[in-house]
Write a protein that binds this ligand. Structure first.
Ligand SMILES: NC(=O)c1ccc[n+]([C@@H]2O[C@H](COP(=O)([O-])OP(=O)(O)OC[C@H]3O[C@@H](n4cnc5c(N)ncnc54)[C@H](O)[C@@H]3O)[C@@H](O)[C@H]2O)c1
Length: 441
């Protein structure tokens, strides 16, 4: 039987999958009143503490979006955020510790997955299987094997999956990409990204300790290996430990690398990946991922380079992070505030017209949330459809794999194997700790 909810799911999913434009679908469906702007969309948030909460905040600013459930493994976080929702005039949310209960709830149309990276895959895959739409935070997941099965599952169920790469919904990023593609920079010979952040140095080490009250630590670890509780590996700072995250290369890398892949119209894997790095400057800190890393991506006709330095906050062009497109006529440098052009030559030899700095309107995140809701409601094409999240996560993870294996990585997209190194290939898919099972289609 097709009820309103099933209709919203299946119709919007197939339209979004086809990339049918919002205006077309809106005009087709609005007159019937079936998918009117007044239809309520019910969301639930899995992983509540930080970014998932910001996602929920901007989703709740969209018309007729309500939150039914908050799900987290930490009672303190749940209580605090539930009180905040009520204080802001939203309905009192149901509270859950087990995300599978959320997915069983037929009222829930869409879930936000705001858990640490090692906990993106299972809830996303199972949400697609349950017919829910998903807004999953970036990086898509913590390994190449996981992002592959997530992509396959989303395709199988024609799910609407928006990845939290909100730069895709930023007006100044779109204009930067258009500018690069216009050809005015000349031939692009190098695309470079850098990310220098203090937090990439890791925290000051602390001894293992008791699990905080109200935390289901076994569930927080989930498919990751069992180990004693340590505050540094928990809320917020888990990203510097490889069981849960991929350090600066996946944390910032997927945002920035995505801009380069977008501008250069990249649709496949790099030809090869090589890295140099280590924990050179912060040896007394609590981190497993390298504080210093350079990744060389072999691309067709240009060089692509990632660099990060944890523990410092200065960088080229007076920016601690950024994307650079170096062309024969000039160089574009972009960050979340603006993009700028540095022309080659001067006076009569100036190789390109003067271009004013293009500022950000800082609306990328709210636009991204609006785009997700419009995809559900009207079938708009998603700005960061799962394939986009998959691609930038693949590039980031291949860099980390090359680093851990100390080897050159050549990834064959057909077989989904690293053909250049058995040691690197063994790192494609993580082993899941029982009772959690690595998903299969
Ligand atoms: N889009 C962006 O710009 C952006 C910015 C920051 C973080 N992020 C991403 O958001 C995600 C979360 O990062 P964060 O900084 O909010 O982390 P966090 O540690 O602050 O919060 C994660 C929350 O998930 C909860 N959690 C863990 N396992 C769970 C489970 N099995 N079920 C339910 N809840 C669970 C934790 O208890 C915690 O409350 C990460 O993937 C991160 O990369 C994206």
């Amino acid at each position: 039987m097709t009820n309103r909810r099933t209709f919203i799911r299946t119709t919007a999913a197939s339209m979004a999958g086809l990339g049918v434009s919002g205006s077309l679908t809106a005009s087709v469906f609005s007159p019937t009143g079936i998918l009117g702007a007044n239809d309520k969309i019910t969301v639930a948030l899995i992983g509540v503490r930080n970014m998932g909460w910001y996602d929920l905040e901007d989703l709740l600013k969209q018309p007729n979006v309500v939150c039914k459930t908050l799900c987290d493994v930490d009672d303190t976080v749940l209580a605090e955020k539930a009180a905040e929702l009520v204080k802001r005039g939203h309905q009192k949310p149901k509270l859950e510790k087990d995300y599978r209960k959320v997915l069983e709830d037929k009222d829930v149309d869409a879930v936000i997955v705001g858990t640490p990276d090692h906990w993106h895959c299972l809830p996303t895959v199972e949400a697609c299987e349950a017919g829910k739409h998903v807004y999953v935070e970036k990086p898509l997941a913590n390994s190449v094997g996981e992002i592959n099965v997530m992509l396959d599952t989303a395709r199988k169920y024609k799910s609407i999956v928006q990845v939290g790469q909100q730069q895709r919904s930023g007006a100044h990023w779109k204009s930067a990409i258009d500018f690069v593609r216009s050809g005015k920079l000349g031939t692009i010979r190098e695309v470079k990204y850098w990310a220098n952040f203090n937090y990439g140095a890791g925290n000051i080490p602390v001894p293992d300790s008791d699990v905080p009250e109200g935390v289901d630590y076994d569930r927080w670890l989930g498919p990751a290996p069992l180990r004693p509780f340590n505050k540094n590996r928990f809320h917020g700072s888990w990203r510097m430990f490889r069981d849960y995250g991929g350090g600066l290369l996946t944390d910032w890398g997927v945002h920035l690398i995505d801009m380069g892949l977008w501008a250069m119209d990249v649709t496949g894997a790099p030809q090869s990946v090589q890295t140099l790095g280590g924990n050179f400057a912060n040896r007394d800190r609590a981190l497993e991922l390298p504080d210093t890393l350079t990744v060389l991506y072999e691309m067709e006709g240009y060089n692509m380079i990632w660099e990060h330095n944890g523990g410092v906050q200065t960088g080229p062009y007076d920016q601690n992070y950024g994307v650079k497109f170096m062309g024969t006529n000039g160089t574009m440098v972009a960050d979340r505030d603006k993009w700028r052009i540095f022309s080659e030559g001067g006076g009569e030899d100036r190789r390109m017209e003067e271009v004013e700095d293009y500022p950000s309107d800082y609306k990328s995140h709210i636009n991204h949330c609006e785009n997700f809701i419009r995809a559900i409601r009207f079938g708009d094409a998603l700005n960061a459809e799962i394939e986009i999240g998959h691609r930038s996560a693949l590039y980031a993870h291949l860099g980390n794999i090359s680093y851990w294996a100390s080897d050159r990585v050549v990834y064959d997209e057909k077989s989904r194997k690293i053909t250049s190194s058995a040691k690197a290939d063994a790192l494609v898919t993580p082993e899941y700790r029982g009772p959690w099972k690595f998903p299969s289609l």
